[in-house]
Structures are given as C-alpha cells and as structure tokens.
Design a protein around this ligand. Structure first.
Ligand code: IMP
Ligand code: ZN
Length: 364
C-alpha cells in the first residue's frame, strides 16, 4: 500500500459518522453497554459485519448515532477522522455531517456543529487550515509549536479542511432550512456548502428544494446524493437543479447520462461503498469505467471509510487495478480532483504546488 498512501489525495465525499474508526466505535459501544444504555453483545456483531445491504447500512447509522451523538464524542471523532485522512496523505478534505438536535442532552444543531469545529481545532498531529479568510495564520490557532515540535514547525504536514452540512432526507423543509441558515452563519469557520443525503427511499425532492434553492442563492455550494436507487423523476429533477457536484450517480438512464455529460456535473465516485451495498454488482460494470474513459469530471471518494472498511488510498488502488492505470495516470486522476473542490483559487493553486512537489518523490 505504500505508494498509494504516499500519493497526495483529495477527499470530497466523506460522512463524519461513517468515517469513525472501528476501534473507537467498539470502545464507545462497550462503554454504553456497561452503562446499560445498549446491549453490547447484540451490537458487536452488527459493527463487525462486513457486507451490508442498503437497509442494514442505514440501521447501522441509527445505531452509530445513538453511540456518538454527544458533544465530547462528536469532537473526538472529528479529530480522529481528520488525523486518519491526514495520515494517508489526504491534503484537502471536505467533511460532511448532518447537524443533529437532541434536547435530552442539550444539543442543538448549532452546538453539534460547534463540537465538530472544536474537533478541527483539537487536531495536533497535522496543521489544519479550515478558516477560508484566515488560511495563513490558522496554524497559530490550532498548532502552536510545543517544545517537542519547535524545531520542525515549518515542515509539519498540513491539511485543508472544509465542512459541508448535510440535510437528511428524513427532515422537513423547516429543518432543512435551519441547516442552511446555520451553514451561512458558520461560513467564516469553513462551512462551504450543503449536501443532501440519507436513506434514498425516504422523502421527496420537493421537501428539500426550497432550502437548496435558498442555499444556492446565498452562494453556498451544493452536492446531492443522486441516483442511489432507481427514481427517474427525482434524478431528472436533481440534474435539472445543476448542483456543483453529485454523489454516486448509479441508476441513471440513457437520457440522464447524456444530460450529466453535457452539463459536465462532476461525480463523486465511491467504489467500495457501491459494491458493499450491492448497488453495483461488480467493479467491471461500474459506471466509473465509462465516465473515466469519457473524460467526465470525477473524483474518487470513500463515502464511509469506517462503515465500509476502506481508505482513500485503497479506493485509488482498486480503481487503478480495475482499469489497468499506470502511476502517472493515477497521479493525474488524483491531481485533477483539485478542480472540483469547493474552495477558492488560492487553495487550488497551493494544492497544485503540493502535488507537483510530491511528484518528484513518487517515482513518476
Ligand atoms: P453523519 O451525517 O456525520 O451523521 O454521517 C452519517 C449519515 O450520512 C447517515 O446517517 C446518512 O444520513 C448519511 N450517509 C452516509 N452514507 C450514505 C450513503 O451511502 N447514502 C446516503 N446517505 C449516506
Ligand atoms: Zn454518501
């Protein structure tokens, strides 16, 4: 895996609670088991299971949310997820999460997102640049040099992190709007856009549309989970909306593919996720192959690295092996992802420089 890990990478589709470490999830579940909140022996095998149907994946998310939704845990998993991505040379990360309200523990959507931001600040193994207007001085905020790293402060690794707030398909129009308002208020803290996700057989496009339209009018970026199940009308509506990116794009028909390609909407491709949920039967019939050959804008992503036991390095390896790509092509595929990030030209330029300097040590 060494080369794949060394390759600089850009992650644009990662759900916070789906990216939780196995060890952390088990540890937290065990602690809740000891308190009698859950039955650990029943939960353990659900966590450790590998292949899951779509229905089972969403049942697991409900379980994960019971285990993780308190402020301190949200902060902890945010910190760990960023450290994990940084440790496999992800140099730019867009992390998405659904702001949650839980009155019984005094959690509002706002305090949930604040706990996430606390997690960004808590990262110590790498410098985290997450405030767009403050990119150059951010290192002072989250990583004042300690005695130990005084001498290598200039050589520390750095990761750009941006946040997307997710609207869950179970939510009402008012709840979706609340998430958009929160995103607008938290722009200075690196919230750049809105995602629509959740169980694809639940909810109606028209419920979220007012909030998504408002978000776009206000200049937030939009990405939609699109075509995870066959739903022709919704897929057409989503493509007509012209989001800046879409995730998955599995059950598109001929006309949808033509529209997607003529509008050049970038696609977030999540190979392992699609295979594990059996949405795509095998890698050789995955639409990634056609989109890659058609030079359609796309970016490889993990979706839920914890739930699907993968990593971005692994996703690149799988893609390259299935298409027979050489190192140079893989490098270009990864570098090209920079074009689809929800960040300004200054960040893109810095990322390009980062890739170019890495190229020398990658045997290309
Ligand atoms: P969270 O938003 O940080 O809680 O991350 C987990 C949530 O992301 C899940 O409850 C879903 O709403 C969403 N999610 C994760 N994976 C998928 C997917 O494959 N399809 C649709 N939604 C997903
Ligand atoms: Zn997703």
């Amino acid at each position: 895996m060494e080369w794949w890990v060394s390759l600089p990478k850009v992650e644009l589709h990662a759900h916070l609670n789906g990216s939780i470490r196995h060890s952390t999830l088990l540890e937290l579940a065990q602690a809740l088991g000891e308190k009698g909140v859950i039955d650990f022996s029943e939960v353990e095998h659900v966590i450790l299971k590998n292949d899951r149907s779509f229905r089972e994946v969403f049942k697991l998310f409900d379980l994960i949310h019971i285990i993780t939704t308190d402020h301190a845990t949200v902060t902890r998993i945010t910190k760990e997820v960023i450290e994990d991505f940084a440790s496999e040379n992800v140099v730019y990360l867009e992390l998405r999460t659904t702001p949650k309200r839980n009155d019984s523990i005094g959690m509002s959507k706002r305090s949930y997102v604040e706990a996430v931001i606390k997690g960004l600040r808590a990262v110590s193994s790498v410098d985290v640049a997450f405030m767009p207007d403050n990119e150059n001085s951010i290192n002072l905020v989250n990583s004042l040099p300690t005695t130990n790293d005084k001498c290598n402060v200039n050589t520390r690794k750095r990761i750009f992190v941006r946040l997307l707030l997710s609207i869950d398909r179970r939510e009402t129009t008012a709840a979706a709007m609340e998430t958009v308002m929160l995103a607008l208020e938290m722009r200075h803290l690196g919230v750049v856009g809105i995602d629509l996700s959740g169980n694809p057989v639940v909810g109606e496009w028209t419920t979220y549309l007012p909030a998504l339209k408002f978000a776009r009018e206000q200049g937030l970026y939009i990405t939609l989970h699109c075509g995870e199940v066959p739903n022709s009308l919704e897929i057409q509506n989503m493509l007509d909306f012209l989001p800046q990116r879409i995730g998955h794009a599995i059950f598109l028909d001929e006309q949808d593919w033509r529209k997607l390609k003529s509008d050049k909407i970038p696609v977030e491709i999540c190979l392992t996720s699609n295979l594990r949920t059996m949405s795509v039967p095998s890698i050789d019939v995955h639409h990634f192959v056609d989109l890659y050959n058609a030079k359609h804008p796309l970016v490889l992503c993990t979706d839920d690295s914890g739930v699907f036991s993968t990593s971005l390095s692994n996703e690149y390896k799988i893609a390259a092996t299935s298409l027979g790509l050489g190192k140079k092509e893989v490098f270009e595929l990864s570098k090209n992802s920079i074009e689809f990030v929800f960040a300004d030209s200054g960040v893109k330029e810095e990322l390009r420089k980062n890739f170019d300097s890495a190229a020398k040590s990658l045997d290309l």
